[in-house]
Design a protein around this ligand. Sequence first.
Ligand SMILES: Cc1cc2nc3c(=O)[nH]c(=O)nc-3n(C[C@H](O)[C@H](O)[C@H](O)COP(=O)(O)O)c2cc1C
Length: 183
Amino acid sequence: MKIAKILPLTLPIMFGASANAVPANPRVLVAYYSLTGKTERVANAIADASGGQLYQIKVAKAYPDDTKARRDILEQEIEENYLPPLQATNINPENYDIIFLGSPVWANHISQPVKSFLAKYNLAGKRVIPFVTHSGGGRGQSFDDVAALCAGCVVDMDGWSNWGSGTGRKLNKWVQEQIKNME
Ligand SMILES: Cc1cc2nc3c(=O)[nH]c(=O)nc-3n(C[C@H](O)[C@H](O)[C@H](O)COP(=O)(O)O)c2cc1C
């Protein structure tokens, strides 16, 4: 009787802990959205350093090349918090254990396509490590956005943020540390 009473309380705690553990050889995905190539450059460096699978998040309807027309559309999407539909892909992010998730900073937040990505997939139980590029305003609310929009994820708030597309040794070291911390 005593055991029966205790079990319902202890089992979820035990299994809850193991369900969140990262396996010995974690499957790593480097998912990113990049409009002008800066975040892409950082994503490539993270994929090189981690050995992870690269995955470029693409919107179904490409934004126009014309800078003025594009800015108008982006401003409207941001203001309305519109989540643009994404292009179909063969890669299923739900099959990975660790997801480096990259975005440019838009109006102090993560970009709308990355919000679409987080709305589309169920990443509960995954380790999600944000990385962002910006043009001097810093990461803003971007890491908090990932934490708020990724239900049940373990979001690493020690993400990577840099002005433009700079990479280099520091980035390599950071990638290794993030993966090590999760093993
Ligand atoms: C719509 C829009 C909003 C932006 N808002 C910010 C911002 O709030 N702070 C900032 O530092 N940079 C901002 N930027 C600049 C980008 O974050 C920066 O250029 C980034 O490195 C671009 O990455 P990408 O080349 O991968 O698209 C904005 C750019 C766009 C297009």
